[in-house]
Ligand binder design. Structure first.
Ligand code: ADP
Ligand code: F6P
Length: 322
């Protein structure tokens, strides 16, 4: 029987745990008797012929590293049909019959396009944002939040020492999951997310005043990137309540660092699942976590799903940070 050849790439924003997923794809592919190529810089690697055959040792000592050893990119060119055809042709020229795409839902649209051009693709959710509707979990989310809580805990030390209010913006694009969980874990007095309509007087000012009445003197407010405006909010709090306020945008610190146990394990499970699908000649699927289990879904079905924000968890946060 002819030896199957597959490839793996990382696309979109990097996320801690992507390396663990790459390692799982390479090792489980080779273990099944396949040849496995690493593609550099997302879809650009397929357009520029920038690939390298991997062996078992190519992915040694990467499981604990942040970033992605394959580099990543946002390729505008790949959005064009002509480029997708060219990438598929390149894959065929190398004998590559399947590609594992580790990235967010933009990358999955690319995977669908490449499958339509004749190369089986499997998506693996890799983004710190946890914003992929079809999966309860995306690789990188846990590490990003653990970094965020460490940073917010430090910010609290100084806010507490000065009796200040600290307003911290965390990442997440249009998704409030990092803000919600980080806010709970750091005891934020208020949490603003794009999924829940807010009113500054009711959801920030009144909450601060109420906690002041029971003796609280410093405050942490966590704001999702999709809400933004932390500098203005700091000025408003100073003006409205006479409390010194400082704004911090955590930024890309949340994207780096050694992946947590959860990200390493989930990435390994998802990478393994992706290869087992390609081994069966199956493409156009996304590996997902549903009810805590790793499974897979049709890519079209997955991309059509709408994200559900955990309103109950938000309610819990609001009823205990008082
Ligand atoms: P993410 O994968 O994190 O959501 P992006 O939305 O930036 O990140 O998408 C990553 C890359 O996926 C894009 O730069 C592009 O190469 C590819 N991509 C995104 N949308 C499409 C599309 N509709 N068709 C083909 N490729 C796409
Ligand atoms: O998708 C991951 C993410 O870090 C988002 O949280 C953020 O909105 C965006 O990427 C930042 O993108 P860039 O790397 O282009 O600054």
């Amino acid at each position: 029987m002819e030896q199957k050849t597959i490839a793996v790439l990382t696309s979109g924003g990097d996320a801690p745990g992507m390396n663990a997923a790459v390692r799982a794809v390479v090792r489980s592919g080779i273990n099944r008797g396949m040849r496995v190529f690493g593609v550099y810089r997302g879809y650009n690697g397929l357009l520029n012929g920038d690939i390298q055959e991997m062996n078992l040792r190519s992915v040694s000592e990467i499981i604990g590293n942040g970033g992605t050893m394959l580099y990543t990119a946002r390729s505008e060119e790949f959005k064009k049909k002509e480029a997708q055809e060219r990438a598929a042709e390149f894959c065929r020229s190398q004998g590559i019959s399947g590609v594992v795409v580790i990235g967010g839902d933009g990358s999955f649209r690319g995977a669908r396009a490449l499958t339509n051009a004749g190369i089986n693709c499997i998506g693996v959710p890799g983004t710190i944002d946890n914003d992929i509707a079809c999966s309860e979990y995306t690789v990188g989310f846990d590490t990003a939040m653990n970094t965020a809580i460490q940073m917010v805990d430090r910010i609290r030390d100084t806010a507490q020492s000065h009796d200040r209010c600290s307003i911290v913006e965390v990442m997440g694009r249009r998704c409030g999951d990092i803000a919600l969980q980080t806010g709970i874990a750091t005891g934020a007095t208020a949490i603003l997310v794009p999924e829940v309509e807010y009113n500054i007087e009711r959801d920030v000012i009144s909450r601060i005043i109420n906690t002041q009445k029971t003796g609280k003197k410093h405050f942490v407010i966590v704001v999702a990137e999709g809400v933004g405006g932390v500098e203005d909010l700091a000025k408003y709090i100073e003006h409205r309540l006479g409390i010194e306020a400082r704004a911090t945008v955590l930024g890309h610190v949340q994207r780096g660092g050694s992946p947590t146990l959860r990200d390493r394990v989930v990435a390994s499970q998802m990478g393994y699942e992706a290869v087992s699908l390609l081994d069966r000649g199956i493409g156009n699927r996304v590996v997902v976590m549903r009810d805590g289990k790793i499974t897979n879904l049709d890519i079209n079905e997955a991309l059509d799903m709408e994200r559900v924000f955990d309103k109950h968890l938000y309610k819990i946060a609001m009823s205990i940070s008082i």
